[in-house]
Design a binder for this molecule. Structure first.
Ligand SMILES: N[C@@H](CCC(=O)N[C@@H](CS)C(=O)NCC(=O)O)C(=O)O
Length: 214
């Protein structure tokens, strides 16, 4: 397998973690999205959306979109499971995941930041306010679910990591970069620490990747 990604990319972080939890290995190919390498014709031939990650399995057409890739891994290598057995549990895990993946993350990616700066002429302070606002909204919602629902365990759903944890941890990493005050998120902090104690999460962390800024 070949994983096209970038050390700082939250979506790539998700796929790296899922692969590691499943005990699967992939060669990593770095696409520097801060240098615009996602827009090269060569990369667009792999992923026409010019986004990372993309995962090539057995020389087939690249898989794209981190949630779709994680669901593919789950279906093709069910152990250890990253989704609960019951339909309601799976809906909860997917719902928690999508707060991060579909509602929080898309508003803070490089293409949005660039648009705010170049097209909307926002200065750095205003842009950072935008990033912090949408990150807060996602974290607040996930905290509210996790703190009040009885399915929450050592991890987001029960006592083993699921795709919800895989999506939460990069969102927290991003909030750390924005120097968030984490006092309002005690449950997220507790679960983030439980994840960090697992080698799969620790090894997938952005700073541990070979292409990370030193
Ligand atoms: N929904 C996509 C998001 C992919 C995405 O936005 N990736 C970011 C890095 S985390 C990217 O490639 N950004 C390049 C850009 O914004 O130009 C997924 O989950 O795979």
């Amino acid at each position: 397998m070949k994983l096209y990604g970038f050390w700082r990319s939250l979506a790539t972080f998700r796929v790296r973690t899922a692969l590691a939890l499943k005990g699967m290995e992939a060669e990593q190919v770095s696409i520097d999205i801060l240098q615009g390498k996602q827009f090269t014709e060569e990369y667009k031939a792999l992923n026409p959306q010019s986004l990372v990650p993309a995962l090539v399995v057995d020389g087939g057409p690249p898989l794209f979109q981190s949630m779709a890739i994680m669901e593919y891994l789950e279906e093709t290598q069910p152990q250890p499971p990253l989704l609960p057995k019951d339909a309601r549990g799976r809906a909860r895990v997917r719902g928690l995941s999508q707060i991060a993946v579909s509602d929080g993350h898309p508003l803070i990616v490089p293409r949005i930041r660039a648009f705010l700066e170049k097209e909307m002429k926002l200065d750095e302070a205003a842009r950072n306010k935008w990033l912090a606002h949408w990150t807060t909204k996602a974290l607040e919602a996930i905290e509210a679910h996790l703190a009040s629902e009885r399915e929450t365990g050592r991890f987001c759903h029960g006592d083993a990591p699921t795709i919800a944890d895989i999506c939460l941890v990069p969102q927290m990493a991003n909030a750390r970069r924005l120097e968030f005050d984490f006092a309002p998120y005690p449950t997220l902090l507790r679960i983030e620490a439980a994840c960090a104690a697992l080698p799969a999460f620790a090894d997938a962390a952005p700073a541990r990747q070979p292409d990370a800024e030193k």
